[in-house]
Design a protein around this ligand. Structure first.
Ligand SMILES: Cc1ncc(COP(=O)(O)O)c(C=O)c1O
Length: 348
């Protein structure tokens, strides 16, 4: 089936003219800047942040493009990867008419963003082994369905989706397929970014919030065709990534080895934690993890969660979520944190 971006964009988005900021209209860095109503004297903090930042974050994209082997034009940067989730829904789904398709149990923001935009949510649960079922997905797609969200590695289950099944959905659906790879750095798989040229309807989400350790700075990435990236740029708030975050992202990209070293330590801890959790009497099932968290089934997830909170160890109670009955989700911590968790759980 041929994908046509034009045919899935909302009419108002096609016609929309983006806000033209002062920094869009004059791109030089030297001059007497009397164009953006900024404070010429400086800032009320000990940092030079009185000038608006680059609206298209060109330096960050150039560095990221080199690391990911894509063109800068294939990169959109958002205020966290949550921002492109919302922008993609707004660009394609007409409120009270169109739909998105999600695969529960999965990351909650697809549903939240669709709800805020008054967009119908079609749910096709994952299989018992937490994989996607392309036949069921394609059967559930409606003419109104604009986006399918696939989270891989999936939150909260932790596993990668079968690559061939994701490819089947990509080549059979004529809307956008978002593959959310927030946790890809913890998986033994290069992810879908190298396949961008093969699938014009593919959007890959990644983030600086997990492996890079920069959750507080709010920066996430959507990799997609130049056409899709242009639409996202057209509708985003003009200065969606602040200057300090852009500078920090550039610094982080010079420190790729440091990120890799942190990932390596987390993976060592993940193995240790799995081995130890599996020995506990309350561990009914421990799911394989390609991420920096582990899903564990217990006889009563809420009770275990509350017990841990009483001992000031905070996990996530996922026991009310479809297919996750009795489960808690445990983020892999430092060696000390994981030992503390085990010490408390052993006394349950
Ligand atoms: C699967 C998934 N996607 C996206 C996000 C959002 O990340 P960000 O901090 O980049 O907005 C999260 C955050 O937990 C997540 O689990």
């Amino acid at each position: 089936m041929a994908f046509s971006l034009d045919s899935i964009l909302r009419e108002n988005i096609k016609k929309a003219k983006p806000y033209s900021s002062a920094r869009d209209e004059y791109k030089g860095t030297e001059g007497t800047f009397l164009d953006a109503n900024e404070n010429p004297y400086g800032s009320a903090i000990d940092k030079k942040v009185n000038r608006y930042p680059d609206p298209l974050q060109r330096d960050v994209k150039e560095a990221l493009a080199k690391l990911k082997h894509v063109a800068p034009e294939n990169i959109f940067l958002g205020n966290g990867s949550d921002e492109p989730i919302d922008l993609l829904i707004r660009a394609t789904c007409q409120p009270a008419k169109d739909s998105i398709l999600i695969l529960p149990p999965t990351y909650g923001m697809y549903e939240v963003s669709a709800g805020i935009n008054d967009v119908e949510i079609i749910s096709v649960p994952l299989t018992r082994s937490f994989d996607l079922d392309p036949v069921a997905i394609l059967a559930a797609v409606k003419p109104s369905t604009k986006i399918i969200f696939i989270c891989s590695p999936n939150n909260p289950t932790g596993n990668l989706m079968s690559i061939d099944k994701v490819k089947t959905v990509l080549s059979s659906f004529n809307g956008i397929v978002v593959v959310d790879e927030a946790y890809i750095d913890f998986a033994d798989f290069a992810g879908f970014v190298p396949l961008l040229n093969q699938y014009p309807n593919l959007v890959v989400l990644q983030t600086f919030s997990k492996a890079w350790g920069m959750a507080a700075l709010r920066i996430g990435t959507a990799y997609a065709s130049k056409e899709i990236v242009s639409v996202l740029n057209k509708i985003k708030p003009p200065y969606n990534i602040n200057l300090l975050t852009q500078e920090a992202a550039l610094e982080a990209l010079q420190n790729n080895a440091l990120k890799d070293e942190m990932v390596r330590k987390i993976l060592v801890q993940r193995d240790w934690l799995r081995a130890e959790l599996s020995k506990l009497p309350i561990c009914l099932e421990l799911y394989p993890s390609d991420a920096n968290f582990i899903l564990m089934r217990t006889p009563d997830g809420k009770k275990v969660y509350d017990y841990l909170v009483d001992h000031v160890v905070i996990t996530r109670d996922r026991s009310k979520i479809i297919l996750c009955e009795g489960c808690i989700r445990i983020t892999v911590g430092t060696e000390e944190e994981n030992k503390r968790l085990l010490e408390v759980l052993k006394k349950y």
